[in-house]
Design a protein around this ligand. Structure first.
Ligand code: ADP
Ligand code: MG
Length: 414
């Protein structure tokens, strides 16, 4: 007699409406369904959520999802429920706690999203023992590492919870982790070394372009004229965001809106919604903008100053061209950006300072290289790139490297 086990691909089609897995999704899902703990490093937009949502639907019991931001959780909740997945959040912004807890206890919940500070409390552990848990998914897992670019101490508090359920698999997910951070995540979350799955990081449709900043308004105006579609301009401070938004709107006559954490919540939400719905708007923003935004047709991402690290640069530029169409990532940098960053570095303490210094040096190497930008980026993520990508500023228009020996020889022989 044969039993027909549900098959991941059937569930993928039936519940999520996708014909196939993308990239390493299938590998991750199969490992998790086999009950093996995993760290999946997959670029932004690669579809990390599906790698726990699908097992959550198939496995008996609830998948507990640790996620750092309430806004992210609510986005996920909406899209999971739209697929008919039984999902809930337990956050300070929710009023239906009692109902959620009852649904969990009744075993009628596929996904339960919680923040790390709540998940690490002893009461939460008690609560979880009241019904079967299928899986722990730890989103944005680089937050557990001081080497990561976004360390959050609350993530460290998760380990006792995870260890209280030694037989329940853990799935850690991140878009941004260099070799050091990966090893750290594995150790911190107790995932075996052979549980690492890394997806390809190349985004061939994004053209990387990194230049000196001379007149940023003029430079970004030119970029906006070349790209009539939606774009994001990252500026380092709230004041610069406001200033650039006004100047760019005046210079181009295009729809330009600001976004930063200093704006009232409703204005931020309205600007974000307008951007997502628009086919030609430009958002000038601090790095507060972008996490969890799923807009496929962003045609350019500009940096009006240096990003925090290569990881941050990759994540921020990765918001361009998710639809696969040609897109541009343009960074305008000045030497003063690095001077300021080094001054700030001096104020950071302990082990974190070393991490931040390494990150800043790596960023400087990307900015200063006369070679292929993509090669530097991909090597940073441990990939073996071709020497030349043909789709970055240095490949398209190789910089003239001044050869001092050659120059000296000419001068001497003149
Ligand atoms: P990540 O968390 O890795 O940045 P998400 O989980 O938010 O990515 O997914 C990004 C987008 O990709 C979503 O719109 C999602 O619906 C879509 N997606 C995920 N898996 C697939 C798939 N197998 N086929 C097509 N689209 C997919
Ligand atoms: Mg995600």
């Amino acid at each position: 007699e044969t039993t027909l086990l549900p098959n991941p691909k059937d569930t993928l089609r039936r519940v999520f409406g996708f014909p196939d897995f993308r990239g390493v999704q299938g590998d991750v899902v199969n490992r998790v369904l086999a009950g093996r703990s995993t760290l999946a490093v997959m670029p932004t937009g690669a579809g990390k959520s599906l790698t726990y949502q699908l097992p959550a639907v198939m496995m008996e019991g609830t998948c507990i999802v640790i996620s750092p931001l309430i806004a992210l959780m609510h986005d996920q909740l909406r899209s999971a429920r739209a697929n008919g997945v039984r999902a809930a959040t337990l956050t300070s912004a929710d009023s239906d706690w009692r109902e959620t807890m009852n649904t969990f206890r009744a075993g009628e919940l596929d996904l339960l999203y919680v923040a790390p500070e709540r998940a690490s409390q002893p009461q939460f552990l008690d609560f979880l023992t009241s019904a079967p848990v299928a899986l722990f998914a730890i989103d944005e897992a680089h937050c557990v590492s001081e080497w990561g670019h976004d360390f959050r101490p609350d993530y460290r508090g998760l380990r006792p919870l995870l260890d209280s359920f030694p037989d329940i698999p853990r799935l850690a997910l991140t878009a941004t982790a260099d070799r050091h951070t990966r090893a750290d995540i594995l150790g911190q979350l107790g995932i075996p070394e052979d549980g690492l799955i890394v997806a390809g990081f190349d985004r061939p449709n994004i053209r990387y372009d990194i230049r000196h900043r001379d007149n940023p308004v003029k430079q970004i105006t030119r970029l906006m004229e070349e790209h009539p579609g939606p774009g994001i301009v990252y500026a380092p401070t709230r004041r610069k965001v406001e200033e650039l938004a006004l100047k760019l709107a005046a210079a181009t006559g295009r729809d330009v809106l600001p976004y930063h954490a200093g704006l009232p919540g409703d204005e931020r939400a309205a600007n974000q919604a307008a951007f997502v719905a628009s086919e030609d708007m430009v958002m000038v923003a601090t790095v507060a903008f972008g996490m969890g935004i799923d807009k496929p047709d962003v045609r350019f991402v500009a940096h009006a100053g240096i990003p925090k690290s290569i990881e941050a640069y990759y994540q921020e530029t990765g918001r361009a061209g998710r639809d696969g169409d040609p897109s541009q990532a343009m960074m305008f940098w000045g030497a003063e950006d690095f001077v300021l960053a080094r001054q700030r570095l001096a104020e950071v303490e302990g082990e974190r300072q070393q991490g931040e210094k390494v990150r800043l040096d790596a960023l400087a190497a990307l900015v200063e290289t006369p070679g292929c930008r993509r090669a530097v980026l991909l090597r940073h993520f441990d990939e073996d790139p071709p020497e030349q990508c043909g789709n970055c500023d240095n490949c398209i228009d190789p910089p003239k490297v001044v050869d001092a020996t050659e120059l000296a020889r000419k001068l001497l022989s003149a």
